[in-house]
Design a binder for this molecule. Structure first.
Ligand code: GSH
Length: 220
């Protein structure tokens, strides 16, 4: 197998890369990293000293690639099939990269801070993070009124980022009831076979998510 993905089935940034792999039908083997296990953590740090997953090892090119967006760019370049997740046209690709950044920084970012606060019991003031999520939701509600996918007519890197970001964010801050375009977009994401497969594979691990009780019953 030419590719090994170092990941954890609960991790939202790993979900993003798994969606891309399944969308493109790329063959790979999985290596689950348990960060509570010293040997696993050391193995991940030997690839990427920051100790964050996902990381993909390309055995054929003898290269380790970290960072979800960069991994997807890399897969697209060497293993991509049609249709592409990053459009060929420069302007369209820029739009896709912008919305990929939006989901990583402004949805996953506050979401991770809220989850970390619960995990480490710091009991911080999270009102800013919750308010940032509501701002992101409002931007998406306006944007998705006239779109099927977040950044391109076709499913793209931006949607790979959106699916896990919104999946976990809405367990922390619900979508406002009047955000029907955002809700409809979320339903399209959860119907996408690549993301359904990711959810199916994560299901046995959801009990370990600190807000497991907020995951909708239909996904558990
Ligand atoms: N910018 C990175 C973020 C990766 C990241 O934050 N991964 C989380 C899991 S979702 C992680 O490794 N957390 C473990 C830790 O921070 O110790 C990416 O896009 O891959």
């Amino acid at each position: 197998m030419p590719l090994t993905l170092y990941f954890h089935p609960l991790s939202s940034f790993c979900h993003k890369v798994l969606i891309a792999l399944y969308e493109q039908g790329v063959a790979f083997e999985k290596r689950i990293i348990d960060l509570a296990n010293d040997a696993d953590r050391a193995e991940l740090q030997s690839l990427w000293p920051l100790g964050k997953f996902p990381v993909i090892r390309d055995h054929a090119r003898q290269r380790d690639v970290p960072e979800s967006s960069v991994i997807i760019e890399y897969l697209e370049r060497f293993y991509g099939g049609a249709p592409p997740l990053i459009p060929q046209d420069w302007d369209s690709a820029l739009e896709v990269r912008l919305w990929d950044r939006f989901f990583d920084n402004y949805v996953q970012g506050p979401m991770q801070q809220i989850v970390a606060d619960r995990l480490y019991g710091t009991n911080g003031d999270l009102s800013q993070q919750r308010s940032n999520l509501l701002t992101a939701y409002a931007m998406l509600e306006r944007r998705m009124a006239s779109r099927i996918w977040a950044a391109s007519p076709d499913f793209s890197l931006a949607d790979c980022a959106a699916a896990p970001a919104l999946f976990y964010a809405r367990t922390l801050v619900a979508f406002p009831e009047d955000h029907r375009h955002l809700s409809a977009y979320f339903e399209r994401l959860v119907q996408r076979p690549s993301f359904r497969r990711v959810i199916d594979e994560a299901r046995p691990y959801f009990v370990y998510y600190p807000f497991a009780e907020a995951i909708e019953q239909r996904f558990r």
